[in-house]
Design a protein around this ligand. Structure first.
Ligand code: DGL
Length: 265
């Protein structure tokens, strides 16, 4: 009998769609559930304690309801704070999303990397460790932006934010000492690849953007190798911790990612 257990993606909002998209392309038969903690959004301005308590509890409820074969924490903020707690609490393979500093260091010729994340992510020791391990010979410049998270949500709601707002976010990196030499920017929040084109269009000088999405898709394929899938992928489910008008307004954007059904947790 076909194994219908889904892969479950989790984020505070729509950001995890940037992680779901490459996985969906690589695994065309995989059933997908996308969970957004809209009641807890945004995570980037919350404390470590709140995230560490909230994320494992929610994932426990989601795992009970959807019985996923694998969970992807498609959120840098949740992963850099709560990945170990979630792994300790659940007996399911968990893939986290952490800043793609390693691929950025491989790409940077200037040896100056920008890390653009939420305020909570850029202050994490997890990021210090990634920088020390994979980019020891690089200058790593960080900037946390809650504004860019809101801009990505607005885009998915069909709005066209003013380009000056994207330029101001990039100035948070470029205006720091050494910032003018940044040649690679890590999109260290899953919301940010959704507005990468808008960022690239206003960058003061050319930069390459990297994120964890493609690597996570390969990791999921590796971890599920040899498993059965349904012959035809069933319609995907988007589940919200608060299914309000704003969530319903995302239905057309979610449909573009194969998420045809909206549910409340
Ligand atoms: N998408 C999330 C991340 O990757 C966080 C956005 C937020 O809720 O602040 O960090």
């Amino acid at each position: 009998m076909a194994d219908t257990r889904p892969i479950l993606f989790f984020d505070s909002g729509v950001g995890g769609l940037s992680v779901l998209a490459p996985a969906r392309a690589l695994l065309p038969q995989a059933p997908l559930v996308y969970a957004a903690d809209s009641a807890g959004f945004p995570y980037g301005i919350r404390s470590e304690e709140e995230i560490a308590a909230r994320v494992p509890a929610l994932l426990g409820r989601l795992a009970e309801r959807y019985r996923p074969r694998l969970i992807v924490i498609a959120c840098n903020t949740a992963s850099t704070i709560a990945l170990a707690h979630v792994r300790a609490a659940l007996d399911i393979p968990i893939v986290g999303t952490v800043p793609a500093i390693k691929p950025a260091a491989l790409l940077s010729k200037a040896r100056v990397i920008g890390v653009l994340g939420t305020e909570a992510t850029v202050r994490q020791p997890y990021v210090d460790n990634l920088a020390a391990q994979f980019a020891a010979d690089c200058m790593v410049i960080r900037h946390g932006s809650a504004e860019l998270v809101q801009l990505a949500e607005a885009k998915l709601h069909g709005e066209m934010p003013d380009p000056a707002r994207f330029r101001a976010v990039l100035e948070g990196l470029f205006d720091q000492p050494g910032g003018e030499r940044i040649d690679v920017i890590v999109n260290a929040c899953t919301h940010f690849p959704l507005v990468e084109a808008e960022l690239a269009a206003v960058a003061a000088h050319p930069v390459t953007f990297v994120d964890g999405g493609p690597g996570i898709a390969r990791r999921i394929a590796y971890l599920t190798e040899g498993q059965e899938w349904p012959d035809v992928r069933p319609p995907g489910i988007a589940v919200f911790t608060r299914l309000d008008d704003a969530a319903h307004a995302l239905a057309p954007a979610l449909a573009g990612y194969g998420l045809a059904r909206l549910e409340a947790l």
